[in-house]
Structures are given as structure tokens and as C-alpha cells.
Ligand binder design. Sequence first.
Ligand SMILES: O=C(O)c1ccccc1N[C@@H]1O[C@H](COP(=O)(O)O)[C@@H](O)[C@H]1O
Length: 241
Amino acid sequence: MSKLELLPAVDVRDGQAVRLVHGESGTETSYGSPLEAALAWQRAGAEWLHLVDLDAAFGTGDNRSLVAEVTRAMDIKVELSGGIRDDATLAAALATGCTRVNLGTAALETPEWVAKVIAEHGDKIAVGLDVRGTTLRGRGWTRDGGDLYETLARLDQEGCARYVVTDIAKDGTLQGPNLELLKNVCAATDRPVVASGGVSSLDDLRALAGLVPLGVEGAIVGKALYAKAFTLEEALSAVAL
Ligand SMILES: O=C(O)c1ccccc1N[C@@H]1O[C@H](COP(=O)(O)O)[C@@H](O)[C@H]1O
């Protein structure tokens, strides 16, 4: 059996590493330099970094040169997201050398473009399914974007390689992941799923590791690491086989 991959998160707003609650603008807690945070996760043994340009996701500017600098400084795999919505932003994101990009809003608003880039770039493209209930949200999670399962079926048909599933109601709350949602998504697709939102404890990570046979490939960990609920070393040990 494969082990659960862990992706510590660095979300960047106004040049700072931050965590939000429910992804709501204005709820930021700042954790300083994104580069220092990313290097700290790398030193602690991370194999992946989940790096988000929140300003680009919200449409309040961008941190593109900073996230490119962070990506280039990493020796580990980087999943890059936030504001990747057209050929120019995709080309800039891929030029950083990131391992893959995660598309959110574009999958809801410009499905033809997303189908095209999935066909061109294969598993370098993941789609972020950010949901409240079973309704997708885009543009910084401020706008409804259709039904989760209809969109998933469409993206599966188009050959999408992987999904990053975030329960917005859980994100940044330290209330535990939505295991039911993840099981339902895994039952609806044969593509790997990266779980995001709510991880609060090593037991949460063990519960997510228990979903690996169903299709959960990885887990994004944010607030719990910054709040020091556990260390990344402890998290990696908890999911080691
Ligand atoms: O990660 C967050 O906390 C977050 C909060 C609010 C909006 C987006 C957030 N993150 C990620 O941003 C990308 C989507 O960006 P876009 O819609 O493609 O511009 C996606 O990975 C979200 O999970």
C-alpha cells in the first residue's frame, strides 16, 4: 500500500505567509516570510510544498515573482496554485519549474481552456475542487461555480489526472477533515485525490491515511503546522508505512 503524501502549505498574501479561516479575506494570521516557511518545511523532511498565491486567487494583485522565487529555491516537489487561469499565467507558473499546478476558478469558468491544457500537459495539471456542501466555489471562494459531481464527471472525461478537494467549511478551522466528502469523491472518480481542509491532529492524518486504498493520495496541512499542533516530522512519522 502507498503511504499518504503530505503537502505542507504556504499561502501567500501581500508578500507574507498567512493562514485564513474558511478562506475568508480579512481573517489572515501572518507567519512571516514565505521563503523561510517553505525552507523550514523542506528541512523538516517534506517531499511536497503546496504553494498558493492568495492575492491572485482573490483578484487583489499577485505575488507571482515571490512564489516563483520560492518554487525555484525548493529541492522538493511544488504544487502551485492561485490565479492560474489563462495561457500566460499557466506558462509563467510552469516556467517556475513547479511539479504541477492546481486550477480552481478556470475549471468552473473556462472549461474549454481547462480541457485543452489537460490534453496538453497531462499530470502537470490538477484541478482544485473547492466546495461548500457539494457546490463548487471560485474567485477566492466567493462565487458559486456549479455542482461538484457534475464537474468531476466532466473533468474525468477530459482526462484530468488528479483533484485537490477542499471543504471550505473546514479550511483553517482545525476541526478535522471531511472524511465523508473525501470518500464520496473517491467513489465518484478513479483519479487520485489530495485532501485539503481541517487537519488538526496526527489522528486526522492517520484517518486520511486509512483512505489511501480508496484513492486519497495526499493531504495538505496548513494551520495545524503553523499553530504547532504537531511538527512536520511527527506528521511524516504518523503516516509512514
Ligand atoms: O487556500 C486557501 O486558503 C484559499 C482561500 C481562498 C481562495 C483560494 C484559496 N486557495 C487556493 O487557490 C486556488 C484557486 O485559485 P484560482 O481559483 O485558480 O485562482 C486553489 O488551489 C485553492 O485551493
